[in-house]
Design a protein around this ligand. Structure first.
Ligand SMILES: *Cc1c(COP(=O)(O)O)cnc(C)c1O
Length: 377
């Protein structure tokens, strides 16, 4: 309300002595994840593209990424003229590290955009060991892991840059928005200039020291994508409440997980000890069912009011699409991912669902999978 009343919505429109809401958000988010620097931007996809440019990726460079992710990820890679090369997904919905090693060797890639898709975190110690040895820079897409951790380290703190989205369907919601974190001063200075700081970068209290901008300020194009003070003001109290919200999501997740345990034909996703997840969505697979029967499960659940998203459909619908529907990328053979995605069901877990709602959801899914599976197998 205060921001709307004074009307200084642009982050560089401040009166003397005032700290812009965008700056306060950056300071608070850097402190939340323990990074040296933070930059608030217009969207998560913008943060990803900016991160790539800021670490030096450009025209024609290969960027490895997950075959299982959402469209803004290959889109960010394509937007800076880079070439996405996909890495297979495992049955537990994380990047296949053997395939990562093979693809680094075969593509010669120097960059990996790692998507923690649907909040599933790969063994980050193993992944970083592979990438550090090969000299591959890691940019983390944490659109689904804000607040999550691997072995106590916040998601986004392993790679050189971590990117987050504050779009409505993510863990904190300003309609649209993104955050970018790093400990690398030059990367942050380039990202700040790219975001459209003009020569006002000195006001970024969570930004790189001004001396780092010396050459960077003139060598880096301004590709406007700042966050405004209104969205920052909307996000600050949500960030303060995030850890409490995370536990609410996780309680719902565990309730559904328990309700679906030992359902014949239904495979739950294993969650490693070292992963602290923020489960704003739920996934399971139906590995033994033919594609048309998976669709039957989806239809039967929908008829009872349970909306499951399916990553196996040939035509992309809603927010879901598949590597083979991103036709601006050269077609790539991803047999393992195709097999996993053919049986993959996905459901958001809004906090408006009560624990009782979760029990009911699990009961319905269990009954419908059971009916289809028994008729088939
Ligand atoms: C939402 C999302 C993004 C991009 O976020 P926007 O803020 O919508 O641009 C990137 N990666 C994944 C996996 C997402 O779900």
């Amino acid at each position: 309300m205060r921001v709307m009343q004074h009307g200084r919505l642009h982050r560089y429109n401040v009166v003397k002595g005032e700290i812009a809401e965008a700056v306060s958000l950056e300071l608070e988010f850097a402190s939340y994840v323990g990074s040296k620097f933070c930059l608030a931007v217009a969207s998560g996809g913008y943060a990803l593209a900016t991160a790539l440019r800021a670490v030096g990726a450009g025209q024609g460079n290969v960027v490895l990424t997950n075959a299982f992710t959402l469209a803004p990820v290959p889109g960010a890679i394509a937007s800076v003229g880079c070439v996405p090369v996909f890495v297979e997904v495992t049955e537990d919905l994380v990047m296949d590290l053997d395939d990562l090693q093979d693809k680094i060797a075969s593509s010669g890639a120097r960059y990996l955009m790692l998507s923690h898709m649907r909040g599933h975190i790969v063994d980050m110690d193993a992944l970083m060991a592979i990438c550090d040895t090969a000299g591959v820079a890691v940019i983390e897409d944490c659109a689904h892991t804000m607040g999550a951790k691997w072995d106590g380290v916040p998601s986004g703190r392993h790679g050189i840059v971590g990117c987050y989205s504050t779009q409505t369907f993510k863990h904190i919601n300003s309609g649209e928005g993104g955050l970018l974190i790093t400990d690398d001063a030059e990367t942050m200075a380039r990202a700040t200039m790219l975001s459209g700081s003009y020569m006002l970068y000195g006001s970024h209290a969570a930004g790189a020291p001004t001396e780092v901008f010396k050459d960077i300020s003139l060598d880096t194009p301004n590709c406007s994508g700042r966050m405004d003070n209104l969205r920052a003001a909307i996000l600050r109290p949500q960030l303060a409440a995030l850890d409490v919200q995370a536990e609410k999501w996780n309680a719902r997740y565990r309730r559904i997980e328990a309700g679906l345990a030992n359902t014949a034909g239904l495979r739950l996703i294993a969650r490693p000890e070292k992963e602290y997840y923020v489960a704003s969505s739920f996934q399971f697979t139906l590995p033994d069912l033919a594609v048309n029967k998976v669709r039957t499960v989806q239809e039967r659940c929908a008829a009872r009011g349970v909306e499951l998203k399916w990553f196996g459909a040939d035509t992309p619908t809603g927010f879901t699409s598949r590597h083979d529907s991103w036709r601006y990328v050269d077609a790539q053979d991803m047999p393992q991912s195709d097999r996993v995605l053919a049986g993959l069901m996905d459901m958001r877990l809004p906090l408006t669902f009560s624990l009782k709602d979760c029990d009911l959801l699990a009961t319905i899914i269990r009954e419908e999978v059971g009916a289809v599976y028994q008729a088939e197998c």
